[in-house]
Design a protein around this ligand. Structure first.
Ligand SMILES: Nc1ncnc2c1ncn2[C@@H]1O[C@H](COP(=O)(O)OP(=O)(O)O)[C@@H](O)[C@H]1O
Ligand SMILES: Cc1cn([C@H]2C[C@H](O)[C@@H](COP(=O)(O)O)O2)c(=O)[nH]c1=O
Length: 216
C-alpha cells in the first residue's frame, strides 16, 4: 500500500541527506522520483544536503498544485515511481492535501521531509497538516545536539548569537552563521524555553557574578 510518510526533526538532523540517499538507492534500482522542494539554501530548483550532495528538484511556489503537476507529467509520458518533498514545512496545507491525493489516487509513495516547529516552537502550517494526514511520522535517528549535550528538539533563531522570538515565520537560513547574520541554533527544550544559546551560556559562565568559586 502506498504511504504518505513525514520524516521530521530539527534543523541539521539529516533530513535532506536522507532524501538524497533514498533517491540514490531507488535510482540504483531503476526507479524515478519526482522531487519537490521550496526555498532550499542552495537556491531555486535544488535539493541540497550539508554534506555537499545536491540534486535537481521542482521548485514549489504559492499556488502550485502538486497533484495536477504530477497528473500532467504522467499524462505527457513522464515517469514518477515515487515522490519526495523536501523543506515540506514551507508547503501550504492545501499542497499537503494534494500530496495525500497523490498517494490515494495515483498510488505513489510520498516521502515528505521537514522541520516541525518554527523558531517560536509553533508548528508550521504545512508541518501541522502533515502530522494530521501522514500515514507515518518518523523522527530522524541522527540526533542534533544542544550546546549542553542533550538531544536538540527545538530550533532557535539567533542574531549575534542571541535568541530572538520576534520576526517572520519564514526566514531561510542556516546554523553556525557568523555573529552578524541571522542564524539558527538547535537547542533542547529546556534551553529553548530559557532562551539560552551557546553564546549566552558562555557569556554567563564567564561572568564573575556566577563563578562558583570565591574571588581573590
Ligand atoms: N563534515 C561533516 N561530516 C560528517 N557529517 C556531516 C558533516 N557536515 C554535516 N554532517 C551531517 O549532516 C547533517 C545535516 O544534514 P542535512 O541533510 O543538511 O540536514 P537537514 O536537512 O536536516 O537540515 C548533520 O547532522 C551531520 O550529521
Ligand atoms: C526554525 C526556522 C527555520 N526556518 C528555515 C531555515 C532553513 O532555511 C529551513 C530549515 O532547513 P533545514 O534543511 O531543516 O536546516 O527553515 C524558517 O524559515 N523559520 C524558522 O522558524
Amino acid at each position: 500500500m502506498p504511504e504518505l510518510v513525514f520524516f521530521s526533526g530539527t534543523m541539521d538532523c539529516g533530513k535532506s541527506t536522507l532524501a538524497l540517499q533514498m533517491e540514490h538507492n531507488r535510482s540504483a534500482r531503476g526507479l524515478t522520483g519526482m522531487i519537490f522542494t521550496r526555498d532550499d539554501r542552495a537556491g531555486e530548483g535544488k535539493l541540497s544536503s550539508r554534506l555537499g550532495l545536491v540534486t535537481d528538484a521542482v521548485e514549489v511556489e504559492d499556488g502550485t498544485d502538486l497533484y495536477a503537476y504530477l497528473v500532467d507529467h504522467l499524462s505527457q509520458g513522464g515517469r514518477a515511481d515515487y515522490v519526495i518533498a523536501d523543506e515540506a514545512q514551507f508547503l501550504a496545507p492545501d499542497q499537503i492535501d494534494q500530496l495525500a491525493r497523490v498517494v490515494d489516487d495515483l498510488g505513489l509513495d510520498v516521502y515528505a521531509f521537514g522541520i516541525t516547529t518554527d523558531f517560536r516552537s509553533k508548528l508550521f502550517p504545512g508541518s501541522q497538516r502533515l502530522v494530521e494526514l501522514a500515514d507515518r511520522v518518523e523522527v530522524l535517528q541522527v540526533e542534533a545536539l544542544c550546546w549542553c549535550g542533550a538531544r536538540a528538539t527545538h530550533n532557535a533563531r539567533t542574531v549575534g548569537g542571541v535568541m530572538v522570538v520576534e520576526g517572520a515565520q519564514v526566514v531561510v537560513g542556516d546554523v553556525n552563521q557568523s555573529p552578524d547574520e541571522v542564524g539558527y541554533e538547535v537547542l533542547c527544550r529546556r534551553h529553548h524555553r530559557r532562551r539560552t544559546t551557546a553564546a549566552t551560556a558562555r557569556a554567563a559562565a564567564l561572568s564573575p557574578d556566577v563563578l562558583p568559586v570565591a574571588g581573590p
